[in-house]
Structures are given as C-alpha cells and as structure tokens.
Design a protein around this ligand. Structure first.
Ligand code: SF4
Length: 119
C-alpha cells in the first residue's frame, strides 16, 4: 500500500522507519491528496537551497490545504513524531513549535492541578 509521500522516500532525507504501518497510521492515508507526489513537494532533496526549500514547502502546504485528511495527518505527524517533511500543512520546524507549546500547556495544567489539590 502506498502511504502519503512514499514515492519520495528514495530521494528524500528520511529514516527508513518513517512510514508507519496502516494500523499505526489509521485509514486516513487512503484519502491523502499527496499519494502521488510526483512534484516531490513534501521532502527536501539533499542540499536544497533555502529559497528552494521555502518555495517547495509553501507549495506542499497549498496541497495540504485542500486535503480532506489534513487534521488526521497533522496529528499523526505530531504524535509519531515525524521528524522530516511537510505533514498536515506543517513543516518539521512548525511541528516542533506546536509540540513545545503542547508540552508547556501540559506542564502548566499539571502544576495548576497540583496547586489545587494542595489547597
Ligand atoms: S495533509 Fe498534506 S501531507 Fe497530509 S496527507 Fe494531506 S496532502 Fe499529504
């Protein structure tokens, strides 16, 4: 079964364990708009210049914006976490920011709960 971005694995900087099994990823892959990423938008080729990377990532995000499974894809990429590529309309750097915010929020909630429990 082809998964989102899979055709690019040969050229992208992606660890071999990147693609989850269907059971791990859920059925959303079947509806992924990027299943045939012939333009190679979602992963960086090696030694890609910054301007080219930014343009490629914006093009990938435009594809994601019309994808019916963007939310599922994004959550998958955050939970795995997927270290490379554009997933769910977010670059790897943007996903790191989201994850850091989530961790901060969780820490604040835990601290608040402990303070309430202590009275
Ligand atoms: S949101 Fe983007 S990366 Fe995710 S499946 Fe859709 S097109 Fe692919």
């Amino acid at each position: 079964m082809l998964l989102p971005h899979q055709p690019l694995q040969d050229t992208a900087v992606v660890p071999p364990q990147r693609v989850p099994s269907r059971e791990e990823a859920g059925p959303w892959h079947a509806e992924a708009v990027c299943r045939r990423d012939e333009a190679g938008l979602f992963f960086a080729p090696s030694k890609e210049p910054t301007a080219a990377r930014l343009a490629r990532e914006e093009a990938a995000k435009r594809v994601c914006a019309r994808c019916p499974v963007m939310i599922e894809c994004r959550e998958h990429a955050l939970m795995q976490p997927e270290p490379y590529g554009v997933w769910g309309g977010l670059t790897a750097a943007e996903r790191r920011v989201v994850l850091a915010r989530r961790r901060r929020r969780e820490t604040e909630l835990q601290r608040s709960a402990r303070m309430q429990a202590a009275g």
